[in-house]
Design a protein around this ligand. Structure first.
Ligand code: GRF
Length: 222
């Protein structure tokens, strides 16, 4: 929505950063009215740091192994994010569980993406777990982080079919392509002020129910 200021984002990464890249591309294309104020990685070798540098986005490495507790690590993350005026934290391939230190500092303002249709297949290797279980449909979920593993109010989901000649990698890539669509879409809904958390559900304002349902299954391309 044009009358709202750009969203001040902080992005937490641990690895390849393809979701970070999708967010960068959505901003640079004008689809998402946001500014990434800082990218923080807990791993110094995360390729996502290269992506940030290439797009002249400030980045920082804060290694969880340098802290004796999750709370101390999160305190350092919160200080760095607040120092850059971040208003929404986007976890993008971030491999640490956040403590209440972060979730209290950014209450209902931490988003994450998971490569499964939550609440099914939380935790690590979700794509493999779904594939091994023999599901006919898999997908991905953007949610507002609440205490617990991959738990919290669901913002957007996308569904992909599992095909007869699939293997884990083909399915993972099919899901990843949808991740790169729904994360910018979820951030855009947030920036436009169209998300309202109601208990453990999220109401998306400004769209008819069917648009919301269809959009949430096949959101518009960035
Ligand atoms: C993605 O499947 C994401 O859902 C999961 O980690 C994978 C890699 O993400 N959390 P990225 O390429 O580092 O954004």
């Amino acid at each position: 929505m044009a009358d709202r200021p750009p969203l001040r984002l902080g992005v937490l990464i641990s690895g390849t950063g393809t979701n970070l890249q999708a967010i960068i591309d959505a901003i640079e294309s004008g689809y998402l009215a946001a500014e990434i104020r800082i990218v923080i990685s807990n791993r110094p070798d995360a390729y996502g740091l290269e992506r940030a540098k290439r797009h002249r986005i400030p980045s920082l490495v804060i290694r969880n192994r340098d802290f004796s507790t999750r709370e101390a690590f999160d305190t350092s993350l919160v200080a760095a994010l607040r120092g850059q005026g971040v208003e929404l934290v986007a976890c993008a391939g971030f491999d640490r569980l956040l403590s209440n230190v972060m979730l209290d500092a950014f209450a209902q303002r931490v988003m994450n993406i998971h490569p499964a249709l939550l609440p099914s297949f939380p935790g690590l290797h979700a794509q493999k777990a779904a594939f091994d279980h023999g599901v006919r449909f898999a997908g991905c979920t953007v949610f507002l982080v609440a205490p617990g593993v991959d738990d919290g109010p669901i913002v957007v989901q996308a569904v992909v079919p599992v095909l007869p000649d699939d293997d884990e990698e083909r399915l993972t890539q099919r899901i990843l392509a949808q991740e790169h669509r729904i994360y910018p879409y979820a951030l855009r809904l947030y920036q436009e002020g169209r998300l309202e958390v109601q208990g453990r559900k999220v109401r998306v304002h400004g769209a008819s129910e069917i648009d919301t349902a269809l959009a949430l299954v096949n959101p518009p391309l960035p």
